[in-house]
Design a protein around this ligand. Structure first.
Ligand SMILES: Nc1nc2c(ncn2[C@@H]2O[C@H](COP(=O)(O)OP(=O)(O)O)[C@@H](O)[C@H]2O)c(=O)[nH]1
Ligand SMILES: [Mg+2]
Length: 477
């Protein structure tokens, strides 16, 4: 599983910190940013309250909280609210808090040191100094907790029962702790009215991809773990344009993907009868049991796979398959990749699925394709959103999920779009449509950027795609 603080652990820390509800925003993560005092200070100094969390190879999670900012002045941080904590011991959730005894030495802002709690020369807990390189899948931190209990009150516990005797960690993270103010929008969004929905719909009906590129439809590829809501997203967008709930794409399923065929779905706007100029391309999902073939994924991105190709996890797609598109042009290619992620199981994404997504993103990045995350099932993470979708951008649970996914995927938060698919509803709803169609509009904007980029600044009758396809074909045959 991708390691990040889960919801229980965040709630426990928030309870210890006290006051208003809190939100945790990841500032620094050694598995992502590298383990160096310089990187830590650059990303965490002056950020106000933070929590430092270590995950060691003995399945124990512990760390410390400071309500005052980290600094690099080689000076003490005076903080009566500071505490050390243990969240998990030997794989079991087992939270304990250790308050500061001598607040004048709560933390030490050493320029050459990672997070340090306690005195400079006899710290309760010093994570690391200078730089530590990764060895295998862990970091052997060069800090120590020899003087633990000097500055913090251990309430009868000891080094062993707090840290399980290991500074060999798979990760160390620093989160900024922010107060959540109810009813404040964490992302601007005010208009949920019918007029707004009609405006977005009209805009999408009028949408045409770049004329210069001679591309008739923008292709949006939906990818992600099985059950995340890819097929449901297509059904929901289709419903929005049909004006009633539709269920064209097969969704649900028992353990394996209900989507067995590659589909480049077209959508028609019911009221105008106009066929829309984009395709939602639905795929089999990533799953733990089967790894998707890397060449099949290349073919998917490069437009070699025909509509209605029946996926077979045992026999990957090759150039021998009838219908193989040998010389795809820009119009056959994918123009934007959408990772569909179930917001209610962000904490539980299996390692194997995460690895498949990560490997796939290398291919996507290589082609310069724009990427978006659709975060689905908001109704399952927030009862406020379940009652009323207009609460999406004030819900702290949704915000937490957006932040977590952005951290896992290494994408800017603005690329993570929360949506709610039609699931239990029997009639379409304006606010659900607005959320879905705004997300779709964003995918099309990104697709346009990509298409434009392919044809800009290149000699006539030749574009980057032709070049890339040439390279890709060399590797296929
Ligand atoms: N509550 C809720 N359920 C959803 C949502 N999106 C999809 N589902 C359900 O999740 C299950 C899997 O969805 P599906 O679209 O087949 O996932 P796929 O494998 O990614 O195509 C189905 O039972 C859907 O009804 C959502 O936004 N909210
Ligand atoms: Mg599906």
């Amino acid at each position: 599983m991708v390691q990040l603080l889960d919801s229980n652990q965040r709630d426990q820390l928030a309870t210890w910190i006290g006051g208003r509800p809190h939100h945790f925003r990841l500032l620094y993560k050694i598995s992502r940013d590298g383990c160096s005092a310089g990187a830590f200070h650059q990303q965490c100094d002056g950020q106000g309250p933070t929590v430092t969390v270590l995950y060691n190879t003995n399945k124990t999670i512990f760390g410390g909280y400071l309500s005052e900012s980290w600094n690099s002045y080689n000076d003490y941080i005076d903080d009566p609210s500071a505490f050390l904590f243990r969240l998990q011991y030997n794989g079991s959730y087992n939270p304990l808090k250790f308050p500061v005894k001598d607040s004048t030495h709560a933390g030490y802002g050493g320029g050459d040191k990672g997070p340090t709690f306690g005195e400079e020369y006899a710290p309760d807990f010093q994570t690391f100094t200078e730089t530590v390189t990764k060895f295998g899948n862990f970091f052997s931190l060069n800090g120590n907790f020899n003087k633990i209990g000097n500055t913090y009150n251990l309430n009868g516990q000891n080094i062993s029962s707090i840290t399980n005797n290991s500074l060999q960690v798979t990760d160390l993270e620093v989160y900024k702790v922010e107060e959540v103010i109810d009813d404040i929008h964490w992302r601007e969004h005010t208009d949920w009215k019918n007029v707004k929905m009609d405006e977005i719909k009209e805009n999408l009906v009028a949408y045409k991809p770049s004329v210069r590129a001679n591309v008739q439809t923008a292709n949006i590829l939906l990818l992600g773990e099985i059950g995340a809501g890819k097929s449901s997203f297509f059904n929901s967008v289709n419903s929005a344009f049909r004006g009633k709930i539709t269920c064209k794409a097969c969704c649900g399923g028992f353990g394996h993907s209900a989507t067995t065929m590659f589909r480049k779905y077209k959508i028609q706007d019911k009221s105008s009868g106009i066929n829309l100029s984009f395709r939602l391309c639905d795929t089999r999902g990533f799953e733990e049991e089967f790894t998707q073939d890397p060449q099949e994924l290349d073919c998917l991105l490069d437009g070699n796979i025909p509509d209605r190709y029946p996926f077979n996890p045992m026999i990957p797609f090759t150039a021998d398959f009838p219908g193989y598109i040998k010389d795809p042009d820009l119009g056959d290619k994918m123009h934007c990749v959408v990772f569909v992620i179930d917001g209610s199981t962000v904490d539980e994404m299996p390692d194997k699925v995460y690895k498949q997504i990560k490997d796939f993103r290398i291919k996507v990045n290589h082609r310069g394709l724009p990427q978006i995350v659709l975060l689905t099932k908001l109704d399952k993470i927030s009862s406020d959103v379940n009652n009323d979708v207009t609460n999406t951008f004030t819900s702290s649970a949704v915000r937490d999920a957006v932040d977590k996914v952005a951290d896992i995927m290494g994408l800017p938060r603005s690329h993570v779009l929360p949506v709610k698919n039609y699931e239990s509803e029997t009639e379409i709803k304006t606010e659900i449509n607005i959320l879905l169609l705004e997300a779709l509009r964003r995918c099309l904007d990104y697709a346009d950027d990509f298409i434009d980029e392919q044809i800009d600044d290149l000699p006539p009758k030749m574009n980057k795609l032709t070049l890339q396809q040439g390279l890709a074909k060399e590797t296929i045959h």
